[in-house]
Design a protein around this ligand. Structure first.
Ligand SMILES: CC(C)(COP(=O)(O)OP(=O)(O)OC[C@H]1O[C@@H](n2cnc3c(N)ncnc32)[C@H](O)[C@@H]1OP(=O)(O)O)[C@@H](O)C(=O)NCCC(=O)NCCS
Length: 178
């Protein structure tokens, strides 16, 4: 059975090897998500430790998707902290393991992120993604609006430059999606 849940810091620490595996799988399958090949597990470990510290400080929501108890996906909401931006959050690191893709898991995670945003009083979601990526199709399917493109913004894992597209979605203040 597929389920999604917000991870506590303890739950995330317990799942850290599986979270690192999700990053490795995404990077080695070519996703531009901040890491290069050859994949460096030490950098990934530091990355998740930083994310878990943010969850503990309530600056970030970390979601997990499980298939019969096995971690198969994750997604994050970084909560803007400035006093003029408390209505906003950034969607980050939506990852579904290659062996679990095209089963609607990312859609479940995106819906759960909207619920988490609503619970945190956030009505504007923003994100950036690589142009032409599977993720870009996902965000379009979820109703995000493209705000613009930035050429040569980031690198693919193999070092090639990629164009990034900025997206946003305005949520209904009372009940999630508008
Ligand atoms: C993007 C990603 C999270 C999608 O995960 P997923 O669980 O396979 O996605 P879903 O099955 O929920 O698909 C939802 C929708 O996204 C779109 N989509 C997902 N994968 C797609 C693909 N390979 N080609 C075209 N559209 C795709 C489709 O609109 C799909 O709806 P449909 O199945 O009804 O056509 C996954 O491919 C992934 O982890 N990619 C690598 C990491 C990454 O790039 N993350 C984003 C960082 S910004």
């Amino acid at each position: 059975m597929l389920t999604t849940t917000a991870m506590t810091p303890d739950a995330a620490r317990a799942q850290q090897p599986a979270l690192i595996e999700l990053l490795r799988d995404a990077v080695e399958s070519g996703a531009s998500i901040g890491f290069l090949v050859p994949f460096n597990p030490a950098l990934a470990e530091k990355f998740w430790a930083d994310m878990i510290a943010d969850v503990a400080a309530r600056r970030r929501v970390l979601l997990a998707a499980y298939d019969d108890g096995i971690l198969v996906g994750t997604a994050q909401l970084a909560l803007a902290e400035r006093e003029n931006s408390l209505h906003r959050a950034e969607v980050q690191k939506v990852l579904v393991h290659t062996r679990a893709r095209r089963r609607g898991i990312a859609l479940m995670l995106m819906q759960a992120l909207e619920t988490a945003a609503h619970e945190s009083g956030r009505t504007l979601l923003v994100l950036d993604t690589c142009a032409g990526s599977d993720a870009e199709y996902l965000y379009q399917r979820c109703g995000y609006t493209a705000a613009g493109r930035i050429p040569n913004y980031a690198l693919f894992p193999d070092g090639a430059l990629c164009t990034t597209v900025l997206y946003y979605k305005q949520l209904d203040a009372t009940n999630g999606s508008r």
